[in-house]
Write a protein that binds this ligand. Structure first.
Ligand SMILES: *Cc1c(COP(=O)(O)O)cnc(C)c1O
Length: 225
């Protein structure tokens, strides 16, 4: 056993415990292992311990690691801010994008998704705490962008992602996720199935509010220094 496999086991156990506490079935929350700044060898260790979904924030860094890990059956998730000049690589080399926050980027990803690949899974990132410095669009803009993305044939709109402002207490952590969940429930006819909610500091609140993907990095791979 190495440290990464031990941490992975502990995280999976914690997620299962929280699923039960939230009255949710087991294994309904997917762990996304956020591997930004970490070497391909760390990803390989987590993979050997059963982890299949990995999240990356920087396109060029991710592509380099993907070259080393070509033989692995990994689902790659892009979770960082998206510059226009990176959409071609993101569309070609990822299975998921969590950080779509404007229609122009969605259209570019759609146009550049290679025909031989299935539609790219996307989440719209919502700036749920209205922080000036954060990525994501305003909650009020969510219905229009979702309706527009749903019409793009090379994208598959799966749901929403949010990173709320940090809060100390459980009830305060739940509130923004609940607000977003209620807004998503009002979007008719889109069949969304994904809430990319929750990081290490608010895992319990996220799972209690319906997270289907939680994103953990340093808890698994160690601090980024
Ligand atoms: C880095 C990052 C994470 C993981 O953060 P840790 O503090 O390493 O757990 C999760 N989500 C997003 C969008 C990130 O950029």
């Amino acid at each position: 056993m190495n440290t990464i496999s031990q941490r992975l086991y502990a995280i999976r156990t914690e997620i299962n415990t929280l699923e039960t506490a939230a009255d949710r079935p087991q294994n309904t929350v997917l762990l996304l292992a956020v591997s930004k700044t970490k070497p391909a060898s760390d990803i390989a260790l987590a993979y050997q311990a059963g982890q299949r979904h990995f999240g990356e924030n920087y396109c060029q860094e991710a592509l380099k690691k993907q070259q080393h890990l070509g033989a692995f059956n990994i689902s790659w998730h892009f979770i960082g801010p998206i510059q226009s000049n990176k959409t071609k690589d993101i569309a070609a080399h990822f299975n998921w994008v969590h950080s779509v926050d404007n229609l122009k980027i969605a259209q570019r990803l759609n146009d550049q998704r290679p025909d031989n690949l299935p539609p790219l899974n996307v989440c719209v990132q919502v700036n749920i705490s209205n922080e000036e410095t954060k990525s994501g669009l305003a909650l009020a803009a969510l219905p229009d962008i979702c309706a527009a993305i749903a019409l793009l044939p090379r994208l598959k709109l799966r749901g929403v992602m949010a990173i709320p402002a940090p809060q100390e207490y459980f009830e305060d952590q739940r509130q923004p996720y609940q607000q977003l969940r209620v807004a998503v429930a009002k979007l008719n006819g889109l069949a969304l199935d994904t809430f990319s909610f929750g990081m290490s500091g608010d895992l319990k609140a996220a799972i209690f509010e319906g997270a289907t993907i939680v994103r953990l990095g340093s808890a698994l791979f160690g601090s980024r220094g």
